[in-house]
Design a protein around this ligand. Structure first.
Ligand code: 5GP
Ligand code: ZN
Length: 122
């Protein structure tokens, strides 16, 4: 898709701090992080918004979400069970959709926030 920022990142026409790549997905650091860990997971295929998705996108969406725990482990923010049985760490996943959903870049992306709080605006 011409003039799509995240398509240009996927095509390596614009630099990004890439943390994961496979045939279908790319994950990179958000340029303006709102938390100590703030990653974006995108499909390489241009899909403007979650609102455009349906049953045919279920596998792709599943892969995007399933990548989150792997990234969490690699970036030190997986949920851990402590010695006393309580839980520590953790991360938040978010997809903004459309103007009312706060979406600014119209290429589907999953935000992944993690690390010690406070986080900005989350
Ligand atoms: P949205 O509001 O659309 O859900 O989130 C878009 C995100 O993309 C924002 O968190 C913003 O900081 C990030 N972003 C915008 N432009 C760039 C860029 O050129 N590179 C990277 N890595 N992130 C970007
Ligand atoms: Zn795109």
């Amino acid at each position: 898709m011409e003039n799509c920022l995240f398509c240009k990142i996927a095509a390596k026409q614009i630099p990004a701090s890439i943390v994961y790549e496979d045939e279908e997905l790319l994950a990179f650091k958000d340029i303006h992080p709102a938390a100590p860990v703030h990653l974006l997971v995108i499909p390489k295929l241009h899909v403007a918004t979650l609102s455009d998705c349906g049953d045919g996108h279920a596998e792709l969406l599943g892969k995007m979400l399933a990548l989150a725990p792997r990234l969490a482990k690699e970036h030190g923010c997986a949920v851990e069970v402590t010695a006393d049985g309580s839980r520590a760490g953790g991360f938040k996943t978010l997809i903004n959709s459309g103007p009312d959903g706060g979406q600014e870049v119209y290429h589907l992306h999953l935000h992944m926030y993690g690390g010690p709080r406070p986080w900005r605006g989350q």
